[in-house]
Ligand binder design. Structure first.
Ligand SMILES: *Cc1c(COP(=O)(O)O)cnc(C)c1O
Length: 411
């Protein structure tokens, strides 16, 4: 994307004219390039790269990653349905999450997924019971909480003792011993995921070192693991962050895994799609408040929750050709919440009718969208060179209200 007014070969204004705003726009070439970076950096380790569906589960995006050989990391039965509909390979699909329901476990067993990443003893017992009823053997990995500080936003830090995720490090050996006694489980691996948007490699490496200590202890107990899964979490540039160098990460992993017979798995989400997407929005009004200026746009926290939820920074680019003088303003949406903002105190040039591109909105944007304030979900477009495809229609009000209408009829 050399021309900042275009996504690949298509001007943003042409996409806005055709599809309207707010509009999520994804560059297929940028997605492919992000995956290539992983594949090249880790080539010598032949990893199974399982794209984390929750970052962006649009079926066309999943299909693209499936065609490029990815497996998938899912956190719900709904996400498994997406993988299946997108033609993804369930034998390369792993199931994470602390609250898998019985229905979801059964659905995953029917579809012969690669592995359950188990987060508690209660879940181990439940998977065993369901697998027994179905006459299946469930492949399992234990998600270990390595108790390392990922130095990221508290809401996306997951590897500390106080977090709800994973099995406590000191309980890991006993949990594996228990798992080996359950006849409908097959212990295949170990996993962790310590947080998201990590800007530093050292917690990732520290977590791996701590997991390998467990792998060795387990081997002494004749519990041999087939794979090790390091989770996702590699950060991306939103503003001017230093982000981990994948080649350095891969080199450190290769050094620690050398001489071991462990298949490497990775679960990247944000780093495969985050910078491949943007959210295009139209300026509705410029408002001079008593203390602040506001650029009021037609997209809001229901379309991009990250600024409100994590105080996240997203770069905003005016992609209309005729821009005006710069001023400092909050960029806000129409939602009736003070927390509804896309940027605070941003130096920006904007006037009514301009098109703004909120950058790095490929991950955790459309997938976190809601209908708050009865706002229809935005459309999504995939761009590939000079081609562009509508990969999600803009939601209509009748679709948004459909379930409630049918309830009213029955009263
Ligand atoms: C969210 C999540 C991921 C993906 O994290 P990114 O930071 O987007 O790479 C991977 N694994 C698990 C278990 C997750 O919850």
């Amino acid at each position: 994307m050399t021309d900042s007014l275009k996504c690949e070969q298509i001007p943003y204004c042409a996409l806005a004219a055709e599809y309207g705003t707010p509009l999520y726009i994804y560059s297929q070439q940028a997605m492919t390039a992000a995956l290539n970076q992983y594949q090249q950096a880790f080539a010598s380790l032949h990893p199974l790269i399982c794209y984390a569906v929750k970052a962006n589960g649009n079926l066309s995006i999943l299909r693209h990653f499936a065609r490029l050989g990815c497996g998938f990391d899912i956190v719900s039965g709904g996400e498994l349905e997406r993988v299946i509909l997108a033609g993804g390979d369930t034998s390369k699909t792993i199931f994470s999450g602390v609250g898998k329901s019985s229905t979801e476990i059964e659905f995953a067993l029917h579809n012969n997924i690669r592995c359950f990443n188990v987060e508690s003893l209660a879940e181990l017992a439940r998977i065993n019971t369901i697998a027994a009823r179905l006459g299946k053997i469930a492949p399992i990995s234990l998600r270990i909480n390595p108790d390392v500080n990922a130095h990221t936003h508290p809401y996306i830090s997951t590897g500390l003792k106080a977090n709800k995720f994973g099995i406590a490090y000191q309980d890991a050996i006993a949990a594996y011993q228990l798992a080996t006694t359950l006849p409908h489980l097959k212990v295949t691996g170990i996993d962790c995921h310590i947080g998201s948007q990590l800007t530093d490699l050292s917690p990732l490496i520290e977590a791996l070192e701590r997991m390998l200590l467990l792998v060795d202890k387990l081997a002494e107990l004749n519990i041999e693991l087939e794979h090790i899964d390091l989770g996702g979490g590699v950060g991306i540039v939103y503003q001017n962050e230093d982000v981990p160098d994948l080649a350095a990460y891969a080199a450190a992993v290769a050094r620690l895994l050398s001489g071991r017979n462990l298949q490497l798995m990775l679960e990247p989400g944000r780093s495969l799609i985050g910078n491949a997407g943007g959210l295009l929005t139209t300026v509705e009004y410029i408002k001079q408040g008593e203390e602040k200026n506001f650029v009021i746009v037609d997209t809001a926290m229901n379309d991009l929750m990250r600024p409100s939820l994590y105080q996240a920074y997203h770069n905003i680019l005016n992609v209309s050709t005729a821009t005006t003088d710069e001023f400092v303003a909050d960029v806000v949406g129409p939602i009736c919440e003070t927390g509804d903002f896309l940027a605070k105190d941003r130096t920006i040039a904007a006037k009514e009718g301009d098109l703004l591109l909120i950058q790095s909105a490929g991950a955790y944007a459309s997938s976190m969208a809601s209908n708050y304030n009865t706002r229809c979900r935005a459309a999504e477009v995939l761009v590939n060179g000079t081609d562009h495809y509508l990969i999600r229609r803009r939601e209509t009000l009748s679709e948004l209200l459909a379930n409630e209408q049918s309830c009213l009829k029955s009263v």
